[in-house]
Design a protein around this ligand. Structure first.
Ligand code: GLN
Ligand code: ZN
Length: 762
């Protein structure tokens, strides 16, 4: 009989209970016991929701992050938080979130503690706390968290399958702080894992899921060797290991993965379906193969009939050795579609959140066990929903398809090369050397948020809302004029979020109420749902921008989010390639760009904050992505006249690998995040001989600190050693929406003063 299992369940709660419990605990408004009991309740509820499974995941719950949990289990805490007595949970949060020296802290001795570094979990929008290593790192098992949760699950009558981050992935994702070779820690690390697995065996555990997603990335010989070595060492343990891989294809690691000396292997059969046949030939005959057949990364219903067509022959071949599961942990999807009250009925009928995905899995399992006839109603219902989606006129817009088909490379080409455009723009804009600007948003004040929620609740009418937003725009224009900035922005008061704002105005987008997915810690995002062909029924930003322009003689920068970023921060459709959806978005943004130009806006910024994060896991696939991503940006941006200045903005600091793509976008000006890298990342632009203008950020907007004029001058001088001064702008790292006016005004005053000083020297 096919075993049905799950790799992990979302932990945040259908109503984001964990988020609220954490935040209230952090603020000191609730007790530790209250937080612990919310955790226990959520685990219990989530196990109930998974009660139909043959094996339920245990240890996938976390108060912050599963990788940080593993660091605690292994006793691998950064030196700076060791030796704190007091509460273990507080110490855990200390690593997760850091603690500044200023905040009141009952451990008077501790002063400031820097948080662990956070980075993206593979190609998801989930962020984990990076394990820290040095040559002196030792490990000391503390299995208490896992054993306690195991006892809870067992008490609830579940067949529990503990889930842990595997040793090789754990090591690979961590950072050697002293530049030492992490692999030298492997033996010690394996000793701790062995103890852990033995402790689980002693509690009656049969299977342990060991997550090794690093197997879907390119591995060099040392790391391949580490895999073989590690699992040969762990062979002595008395539990059966299921090595779980997900998020992509095994490709050249197929042989390695198939032959690890473990009892089972899980593979992503959504992204890696093509790997499965070759894998069958390599897999030793005693091994369990778990196929992840339900997509754990999107919110669409699965085509169950299609999966069965593919799966049934495999099931006959594998018999008892076949397990089925979602492709990856369901951490990356929202909890329960039944929470949604306002979602359009058509669209809702096409969706599946975590709970529904597990239902789908049960239908598949039942079909494999008892034949399709035993679940004919469920299969028919599934087919009906999918057929309705395929045929829906809301999904398909022939005019959009035609426009995309006709979009050729010419659409993405500016009239003249950069140098000619730059001369025309300079003549028109008359900007000083080292022109100053900001990245778009100004503080989202309490008044703005109140006005928006009153408007959404219907207690503030449209005219009053518009008036309130215009007042904010007027305020930010006034402040910018007083500061003496050169290119102004309207401040984005009317935007709740840089993607949602556009999605709400585009046809082809839907919005959920409870489609929350954990991003890190208590932070969740609710990506809008791109379900159909994208079109723009009317202008989205022109009114706000022209209003702002009417208040000043300085150039007002139009502010848009680019197609790649809108795509990468949405749940996107699975019935066409991402590239196709991106082109549709590009055409919609292009219309907005041209409307802004038509309305007299001379400078237009198109943010591509998420361009880099869309890079595929394997380098071999990067170029194909960059090709269509850059092409989409070019289509959106480059339809304008020479004299219209296009800006783009990217708030990150790794450009080395993507310089050619950045240059191919051909924006007249790019603003980037640099203040924390001390301008070193400009080397990438320097070495590439990047030809256009650059605004390296000189103000770290993540910090409440006010940068001094001297510091900004010094940073800009470093910049000028790499990029000719006549191509430099002076601006913050990113938008200012999370800051207070009280911080922003003095910081920008220093920035403007620094630019003036630089002009005098120049
Ligand atoms: N224009 C946006 C802002 O200023 C850019 C945000 C971002 O890059 N993440 O808020
Ligand atoms: Zn930014």
């Amino acid at each position: 009989m096919t075993i049905v299992h799950n790799l992990g369940f979302p932990r945040i709660g259908a109503q984001r209970e964990l988020k609220f419990a954490l935040e209230s605990y952090w603020k000191g408004e609730s007790t530790r016991d209250a937080l612990l009991s919310v955790g226990a309740e959520l685990r219990q509820r989530h196990w109930q929701q998974q009660a139909g499974l043959d094996l339920a995941p245990v240890g996938d719950f976390s108060f912050y992050d599963q990788v940080l949990d593993m660091s605690f289990t292994l006793g691998n805490l950064p030196e700076r938080v060791r030796g704190f007595h007091g509460d273990a949970l507080d110490n855990y949060f200390r690593v997760a979130r850091g603690r500044s020296a200023q905040t009141a802290d009952h451990h008077a001795c501790c002063g400031g503690v820097a948080a662990g570094e956070m980075t993206k979990w593979f190609d998801t929008n989930y962020h984990y706390i990076v394990p820290e290593f040095t040559a002196a790192t030792t490990f000391q098992l503390d299995a208490s968290r896992l054993l306690e949760q195991l006892a809870e699950a067992q008490a609830q009558g579940l067949k529990a399958k503990p889930v842990i981050v595997g040793p090789v992935t754990y090591l690979a994702l961590g950072k050697a702080k002293d530049g030492s070779n992490k692999l030298e820690l492997l033996d010690n690390l394996l000793a701790a894992y062995t103890q852990l697995l033995d402790a689980l065996a002693a509690r009656g555990v049969e299977w342990v899921q060991v997550d090794e997603p690093i197997l879907v990335t390119e591995l060099d010989a040392d790391w391949q060797y580490a895999f073989n070595y590690a699992y040969h060492q762990l062979k002595v343990c008395r539990v059966k290991l299921l090595v779980a891989t997900y998020f992509g294809q095994l490709q050249e690691n197929t042989y390695l993965a198939a032959n690890l000396p473990v009892a089972g292997l899980h593979v992503d059969a959504v992204n890696g379906r093509d790997d499965v046949r070759p894998l069958l030939n390599l897999l030793p005959p005693h091994k369990v193969l778990s196929l992840g057949v339900i997509n754990g990364r999107n919110i669409w219903k699965t085509d169950l009939t299609d999966v069965l067509d593919w799966l049934e022959p495999l099931a006959r071949q594998l018999g008892e050795r076949l397990w089925i599961a979602p492709s990856c942990s369901l951490l990356h999807v929202p909890v329960d579609l039944n929470s949604e009250r306002k979602l359009d009925a058509d669209i809702r009928s096409w969706l599946a959140y975590a709970v529904q995905k597990l239902d789908e899995l049960q239908v598949l399992a039942q079909a494999l066990r008892g034949g399709r006839a035993s679940v004919s109603d469920a299969l028919a219902e599934n087919q009906t929903a999918l057929a309705a989606r395929r045929a829906s006129p809301r999904v398909h817009n022939p005019a959009v398809r035609q426009a995309v088909a006709q979009a050729d490379a010419d659409l993405g080409r500016r009239v003249s090369p950069y140098a000619e455009r730059a001369a025309r723009q300079a003549a028109l804009l008359q900007l000083p050397a080292y022109p100053t600007t900001t990245i778009g948003s100004f503080p989202q004040t309490a008044e703005i948020r109140h006005a928006r929620s009153a408007y959404k609740a219907g207690t503030l009418d449209a005219a009053a809302y518009k008036g309130a937003m215009q007042a904010e725009i007027a305020r930010s224009v006034r402040e910018q004029e007083a500061l003496g900035l050169d290119v102004l922005v309207h401040g984005e008061a009317e935007r709740n979020d840089m993607v949602e704002y556009f999605g709400e105005q585009l046809d082809g987008y839907a919005f959920s109420q409870f489609g929350w997915v954990q991003s890190y810690g208590s932070r969740c995002v609710k990506p809008p749902i791109l379900f159909g062909d994208i079109s723009r029924p009317r202008a989205m930003t022109v009114e706000w921008t022209t209003y702002a322009q009417s208040l000043t003689g300085k150039p007002m920068k139009g502010m848009l989010t680019g197609p790649v970023t809108i795509l990468n921060w949405s749940f996107v459709r699975d019935d066409q390639p991402r590239s196709e959806s991106c082109k549709q978005l590009a055409l919609a943004i292009r219309q907005e760009v041209l409307d802004l130009e038509q309305a007299g806006v001379r400078v237009i910024q198109i943010d591509e904050a998420a361009l880099r994060e869309g890079l595929p896991l394997r380098r071999a696939q990067w170029q194909a992505y960059l090709d269509w991503a850059v092409e989409s940006f070019r289509i959106a941006a480059n339809g304008v006249q020479d004299c219209t200045q296009i800006h783009t903005h990217m708030c990150y600091s790794e450009f080395n690998d993507i310089m050619a793509a950045i240059a191919a976008m051909d924006a007249d000006v790019i603003t980037i995040e640099t203040s924390r890298s001390d301008m070193e990342l400009l080397d990438a632009f320097d070495h590439f001989n990047y030809p256009n203008q650059i605004g390296p950020g000189v103000y770290d907007i993540h910090s409440p600190n006010i940068p001094t004029r001297e510091h900004i001058v010094q940073l800009m001088k470093k910049a000028a050693e790499r990029i000719p001064a006549q191509r430099l702008w002076v601006n913050p790292d990113c938008g200012l929406k999370t800051r207070q006016w009280g911080e922003v005004l003095p910081a920008l005053a220093n920035m403007v003063a620094a630019a003036r000083e630089l002009r005098q020297v120049a």
